[in-house]
Ligand binder design. Structure first.
Ligand SMILES: Cc1cc2nc3c(=O)[nH]c(=O)nc-3n(C[C@H](O)[C@H](O)[C@H](O)COP(=O)(O)OP(=O)(O)OC[C@H]3O[C@@H](n4cnc5c(N)ncnc54)[C@H](O)[C@@H]3O)c2cc1C
Length: 489
């Protein structure tokens, strides 16, 4: 873990008897370095991360979460909160602290009449989609079903339904939270509104979310899949995609990618391992209208492959899971993008085809459509004016490929960054304390001070610091006083 000046050193007074007592009040499973299963329990998705916590506390209910938070605070053990464990910066584990692991908390209750769902924080998107799909409903998640709903939603949440339904965090109705003082609160527009504002984009800075309540959308099947073009058409294909997306209806979503074609179905063998570009589309309108809606992409080129088909929404969410199994090495860099200019496209055409290994890729995700209906101050997610977020993601299995992959990411990003909007989607960053210094504040822009004030109210000692950290800051001004904590109902 990087330097975290506000994190207290672990308490050397922590005795085995303290851990023993903690276990007695805990319904879930506790792992210490002496327990079988410890190494598996500390493992996160990105194999590059190898950290040794004092404890992993796998909670089964809110009472367990409260115990774990109180224990962390009382013994000065920095807590790492883990939902799906996907975070590439490795915030789901820490050295010398306690992992508050939510992965056993998977309760889900769909309310088909209200079209809402309440899901516990250990759910993955696959878990949530499975439960809601039975009712012909969906919440907007990402593009991989094994990602946790928790980390993805708290950072924002960009995926196949962004243009139709907004970011994942835009669809939150309420959250249950255990705060740094061990209190349980429910935050919504009506209750603890500042906290509710902050958690929609502000990450895991403000407490442990034990459950999320989402608004659902009547989406059962989609027409989706990849449209791939040869590199000789890359520049024009990317311009065509950009021009098409400018006026595309919100039922149309699609991210543009440079990739090495995976060697397996559904890709034709002739294309395997070839560097190509293209868009992965998702159309939520009537299936019979899909060809017409996507015609400008299908007719351009022509494409080397049109892999569109009608499928249940969860099938799309899981379609790429096999490309990114747990335990690969990840190194990512990202930016927000106001306009996909010709100059940026030229950079993509130069660097995109140089992808070193087959799972690595560059993706440009639209963050427009419904995501633009909220203003930059309506939630903590600041970049409501950006059209896209791009991520250059090295994902590979062989340690020997590290140097080539890192160099590709860095050189590509160095070329693009000066043309970008400045900040980045926090869920696509490596650990800002080490790797992406200054990028957290840049990502929240003028929302940062308000986030710092909420942090000062709910976590004044920065207990929750294993994250893209927001430091407790100047508290909100109240007339007649010099400073005061943000007023909360
Ligand atoms: C293969 C892959 C695909 C991805 N695809 C997408 C995508 O399509 N769209 C997208 O937006 N992002 C995507 N991401 C990024 C993803 O959003 C982040 O990695 C996110 O942090 C993962 O959430 P998690 O719960 O799985 O992670 P974890 O590592 O478990 O948690 C990450 C951080 O989130 C916070 N957190 C987790 N649970 C809680 C909780 N219960 N309470 C409070 N804080 C908590 C903590 O700060 C924690 O350290 C992807 C990542 C990977 C590796």
């Amino acid at each position: 873990m990087g330097d975290r000046p506000d994190t207290n050193p672990p308490d050397s007074r922590l005795q085995d008897s303290d851990i023993q007592q903690f276990r007695q009040n805990f319904r879930g499973v506790v792992f210490t370095p002496d327990d079988p299963g410890y190494d598996e329990a500390r493992r996160v998705y990105n194999r590059m991360i190898d950290r040794r916590p004092r404890l992993v506390a796998r909670c089964v209910n809110v009472a367990d979460v409260m115990s774990a938070v109180n224990f962390a605070r009382d013994y000065h053990l920095p807590p790492a909160i883990r939902g799906g464990g996907h975070n590439v910066a490795g915030f789901g584990v820490c050295d010398d602290g306690i992992v508050i692991d939510m992965s056993l908390m998977k309760g889900i209750r769909v309310d088909p009449e209200q079209q809402t769902v309440r899901a516990e924080a250990g759910c993955t998107w696959g878990d949530l989609d499975h439960a809601t799909h039975a009712f012909g409903l969906a919440a907007p998640g990402g593009i991989i079903s094994t990602t946790g709903i928790a980390g993805l939603t708290l950072g924002g949440g960009v995926g196949h339904l962004t243009r139709k339904c907004g970011l994942s965090c835009d669809n939150l109705l309420s959250v249950d939270v255990v705060t740094a003082d061990g209190r349980f609160v429910t935050a919504s527009e009506a209750k603890h509104p500042e906290l509710f504002w902050a958690i929609r984009g502000g990450g895991g800075n403000f407490g442990v979310i034990t459950s999320f309540e989402y608004r659902l959308h009547p989406i059962r099947n989609v027409v989706a899949g990849p449209i791939l073009y040869g590199l000789d058409k890359a520049r024009d294909a990317m311009r065509n995609y950009r021009d098409f997306m400018k006026t595309a209806p919100e039922d149309v979503n699609g991210f543009f990618a440079f990739l090495l074609v995976p060697p397996g179905p559904p890709f034709p063998e002739a294309l395997w391992n070839q560097a190509m570009c293209g868009a992965v589309m998702c159309y939520t309108g009537p299936a019979t209208n899909a060809s017409e809606a996507l015609r400008p992409l299908i007719e351009f080129g022509p494409p080397a492959m049109v892999g569109l088909g009608e499928m249940p929404f969860p099938a799309l969410q899981g379609a790429f899971d096999a490309l990114v199994p747990k335990g690969m090495l990840h190194y990512w860099k990202a930016d927000f993008v106001n306009e996909l200019t010709d100059e940026m496209i030229d950079m993509h055409v130069q660097f995109g085809p140089m992808i070193p290994t087959v799972n690595s890729a560059m993706h440009v995700y639209p963050v427009s459509g419904a995501a633009h209906r909220l203003g930059r101050h309506d939630t903590a997610w600041s970049y409501r004016d950006a059209q896209y977020v791009h991520v250059i993601a090295a994902m590979y299995d062989n340690d020997a490929d590290t140097e080539g992959n890192r160099a590709w990411v860095r050189e590509y990003w160095n070329a693009l960054h000066p043309l970008s909007a400045g900040g980045a989607y926090v869920n696509f960053l490596m650990d800002a304390a080490n790797e992406d210094e200054g990028r957290v504040a840049a990502s929240y822009r003028d929302n940062y001070d308000r986030l710092a004030a909420v942090k000062a109210t709910y976590d004044p000692k920065n207990l929750f610091s294993v994250n893209q950290n927001i430091k407790p800051g100047v508290t909100a001004m109240v007339p007649g006083q010099t400073t005061a904590h943000v007023s909360e109902r």
